[in-house]
Structures are given as structure tokens and as C-alpha cells.
Design a protein around this ligand. Structure first.
Ligand code: GDP
Length: 326
């Protein structure tokens, strides 16, 4: 990518999109195009085609998606399936029709089979039944990955896909019910500390294991892929290290400086028992994550405090109303 190439980052206001913008800007890229939902509806094929044509887009990163934590995913499966399918189909097809040089699409570790062997290797995709709590999301994302692969095979397009693990960091969605585990728990620990609440509830048994990647490490990994990776086979981006939700809760308690007790609410779903990725292919490209989980959590908490995210619930709630672009 030349420093002045027109690059479209779809979903630039979300966790991933905003990190990609930070990353590209810090490297001196000057022609990054972003459009909010009010300016360009990614579900509108004609509008998206016109946008690509008018702006002579050369590179595309699809960081736009309807996303959410385990409960939100479970309860709104039709919306997750429909919106993510149409976003993928619309953007990938527009890129193909308008001679985009390279496109990067994002899957997620949660679209591997529920009981796949661990660590998850790229070839385990589509080898078993999916986790029911996010089946709608997973089917849409798998369709997006396959679209990239098929455009590559049929039309010789350089459309690639990456599979990020669970992400966190500045710009996340901190909604109390709709968010993923790190922002959801961070909010509860913070509130409990401020309000002197004697215990913090953690959803599920605490036994599931998850891998967490700081979003700025992901953004650097995606940059490496845009520069070096032209293979239609999906590639994992993660740390290769996991921890239990109970261990995560203890780390979070320390980061926030909360003195009370942790209790588990087993009426809430656990989801997949374990999700940790094999990241050897990504590492062979020379990429390594920089943040340890403890440092990343501390930095994220600092960002939350500086931006007064928990002082004013509006930010998180508005984002959900807009449809929770990543
Ligand atoms: P998942 O990786 O797709 O299951 O996504 P989540 O990040 O939503 O959940 C990860 C695990 O953390 C699940 O086992 C949840 O039950 C557990 N968990 C514990 N507390 C929370 C919370 O406050 N919010 C969320 N979303 N999950 C939580």
C-alpha cells in the first residue's frame, strides 16, 4: 500500500476499526476513507457500489460487523445473521466490481466448531457443530470468509481473511449486558469499587477458558497481513495463551483495586468451554503481540477512566442503538 493509496476502513468507529485507523495514521497513511452509518449504509448495495466507484478505492478492510457478548448474540440471532451476511456480501461484491487491489475480511475464533481440538488450527473450520449461542453470527462470518476465498478462486481477487481471537482495548463497547466479558466485568468491578458493593457477579461457572488479544496488537497484525499475506486461506491472529474466566476476574479485581468478593452466576451461559488459537502461521510472518494481558487490562482501565466511560452511560447505549458496529 502506498502512503497515499485510497484505503476504505469499514466500521471505523468500532473497537477494531478505530485501532486500524490509529495504526495506519501512525505509519503515515494519508488517504484513509471512513464513512459513518449516517453517510453510508453498508446494507445498501447500490450506495456501497457507488461509493467504491466514486472514490476509486484500492484497499479495503472490513471491520464493520454487528457484534456483542454471549447474551446479546444468543438473543438476537436473526439480526446477527442477517446484518453480517449482508455487510459481507455487499462490501466484497462491491470490491470485486470496482477493481479493489486487496481486501481483508475478519472472522472470529468463535466461528470454529464448539468442541474443536485446542489450540485451534485454521483447518478446523467447518469440521463440527457450532456453539449454539452464536450460531447466527458464525454462519454469517463463515459465509464472508468463503466469499473471499471463492472470489479469489473464481476471479483471481486478492481477498484475504483473518481470524482474530477475543479482543479488548480502548474503544470497546462497555454496555452492561451486551458487551463481551472484559468490558462487562470491568464495568461491574469499577461500579462495585466506587459504590462499595461487597460482591461482584461473574457470569457462568468461571471455568471456560478464553484467549484475549489487545486490539492494537491485532491492528499491527492486520497491517502485516495487508503487506505480506496473499493467501486465500484464513489465518489466526491471537496470543496462543488462554486463561479461565475466574483467573481473568482475579486479574480484573487487582487492576481496578476492588477489595470485595467474586461470586459466580451459573444461571448465565458458559458458552464454548475453551478457545485458544494456534498462531504459528501468523508468527512465521514476523508478528508477535506486545501487550501482556495484565498490561493491556491496566491500559484499558486507564483509558476508560480518562474518557469517563462509566460516568456517562450514553456512549455505550448509543452505540448499541446504532447497531453495535464492532
Ligand atoms: P464468548 O467468548 O463468545 O463466549 O464471549 P463473551 O466475552 O461474551 O463471554 C466469555 C465468557 O465470559 C463466557 O463464559 C461468559 O459467561 C463469561 N462472562 C463472565 N462475566 C461476563 C460478563 O460480564 N459479560 C460477558 N459477556 N461474559 C461474561
Amino acid at each position: 500500500m502506498k502512503k497515499d493509496s485510497p484505503i476504505f476502513v469499514a466500521g471505523h468507529r468500532g473497537l477494531v476499526g478505530s485501532a486500524i485507523i490509529r495504526n495506519l495514521t501512525s505509519k503515515g497513511y494519508t488517504n484513509i476513507l471512513c464513512r459513518g452509518r449516517d453517510e453510508l449504509d453498508l446494507l445498501d448495495q447500490a450506495a456501497v457500489n457507488y461509493f467504491f466507484q466514486q472514490n476509486k478505492i484500492e484497499y479495503v478492510v472490513i471491520a464493520a460487523a454487528k457484534v456483542g457478548g454471549i447474551l446479546y448474540n444468543q438473543n438476537y440471532q436473526a439480526d446477527f445473521l442477517y446484518e453480517n451476511l449482508v455487510i459481507a456480501a455487499t462490501l466484497i461484491n462491491a470490491a470485486a466490481n470496482n477493481d479493489v487491489k486487496k481486501l481483508l475480511y475478519l472472522g472470529s475464533s468463535c466461528i470454529y466448531p464448539k468442541l474443536a481440538p485446542q489450540p485451534l488450527k485454521e483447518e478446523y473450520l467447518l469440521t463440527g457443530p457450532l456453539e449454539p449461542t452464536n450460531e447466527g453470527y458464525a454462519i454469517a462470518k463463515i459465509a464472508g470468509l468463503k466469499l473471499c476465498e471463492k472470489y479469489n478462486m473464481q476471479y483471481g481477487k486478492n481477498f484475504i481473511s483473518a481470524m482474530p481471537t477475543n479482543l479488548y482495548g480502548p474503544g470497546d463497547n462497555f454496555h452492561p449486558d451486551h458487551s463481551h466479558v472484559i468490558p462487562g466485568m470491568l464495568r461491574r468491578f469499577h461500579r462495585a469499587k466506587i459504590e462499595g458493593i461487597p460482591e461482584v457477579v461473574v457470569w457462568g461457572s468461571g471455568n471456560p477458558k478464553r484467549e484475549f488479544l489487545h486490539v492494537d496488537d491485532l491492528a499491527e497484525g492486520l497491517y502485516v497481513l495487508m503487506e505480506k499475506y496473499d493467501d486465500p486461506t484464513v489465518i489466526n491472529v491471537g496470543t496462543g495463551v488462554d486463561c479461565s474466566i475466574a483467573e481473568l476476574a482475579c486479574m480484573m479485581k487487582d487492576v481496578v483495586g476492588y477489595q470485595g468478593e467474586i461470586v459466580f452466576d451459573t444461571s448465565k451461559p458458559d458458552g464454548t468451554p475453551r478457545k485458544v488459537m494456534d498462531v504459528s502461521r501468523m508468527k512465521s510472518l514476523g508478528w508477535e503481540p506486545k501487550y501482556s494481558l495484565a498490561d493491556g487490562l491496566a491500559e484499558t482501565y486507564q483509558w476508560v477512566l480518562e474518557n469517563k466511560i462509566f460516568d456517562d452511560g450514553k456512549t455505550a447505549y448509543n452505540r448499541i442503538r446504532r447497531g453495535a458496529i464492532i
